[in-house]
Design a protein around this ligand. Structure first.
Ligand SMILES: Cc1ncc(CN)c(N)n1
Length: 232
């Protein structure tokens, strides 16, 4: 299993190093480990997938808010492209996985939200509503970077007949990895144009790191919700 830190840009490297404990708790969560080795109970995985569909609906709304909060056409373009990739690519994994288990897309859209889903999605949306483009981006980023890193770590685990092969291949695949690289570039450029080339020296850095760290914690919390479902 590769433990190399992916190259999603300079700011990702800084932010990740600034919350190593929370980041490890996110990307090395027991949910992730058991998904990787195929022992995750199917009930946990399905419950997670339904909640994750709901999560992605709000996450796409938050990227759409990025179009509103952007300060250049390039920023607008990237936010719009991420909305497109979420709605037209990542959603298909959830729709197809749930359909195979007899759960229709219409019931995914109206699924009752777990507290962990509400906490995370509304945290991200609120970051964008009360803050500026950077506040929003820092709350959005751990979602992309963390799943990108997990996908790369788990991809060598896939064996023939692995129950979660499709999930692992989605997040380790080129489409998703390209999204992570593009988000990393957007973050680097957005930071450089607003706080300069050494953001860690900016008086704003502490708050920026805190936004990113909180989103990483909410990711770990979200996995916990999936694990709990398998025990009920
Ligand atoms: C909770 C969560 N975080 C991240 C991802 C990857 N877009 C996701 N699907 N769900």
């Amino acid at each position: 299993m590769t433990k190399e830190i992916p190259n999603y840009g300079k700011t990702f490297a800084l932010l990740r190093a600034g919350c190593e404990v929370q980041w490890e708790e996110y990307i090395e969560h027991d949910f992730v480990k058991s998904l990787g080795n195929g022992t995750l109970p199917q009930a946990s995985f399905l419950h997670y997938m339904v909640q994750d569909y709901v999560y992605l609906v709000h996450y796409a709304r938050a990227w759409a808010l990025g179009v509103v909060k952007a300060e250049s056409i390039e920023e607008m373009r990237l936010c719009a492209a991420t909305v497109d990739s979420l709605i037209n690519k990542e959603f298909s994994l959830h729709i197809q996985t749930c359909a195979a288990q007899g759960i229709e897309e219409s019931s995914l859209y109206t699924a009752t939200e777990e507290l962990e889903t509400i906490a995370y999605t509304r945290y991200v949306l609120d970051a964008g509503l009360q803050g500026d483009f950077l506040d929003l981006l820092l709350a959005l980023a751990p979602c992309a970077f963390g799943y990108g890193e997990i996908g790369l770590r788990l991809k060598d685990n896939v064996y023939s007949g692995h129950p979660y092969e499709k999930w692992i291949k989605t997040y380790s695949g080129d489409d998703f990895q390209n999204v992570c690289i593009k988000v990393g570039k957007l973050l680097d450029l957005a930071i450089a144009s607003r706080v300069g080339d050494t953001p860690q020296n900016s008086p704003r850095w502490h708050k920026m790191q805190a936004r990113f760290t909180k989103a990483a914690e909410l990711e770990a919390n979200f996995w916990g919700m999936g694990l709990r479902a398998g025990k009920q």
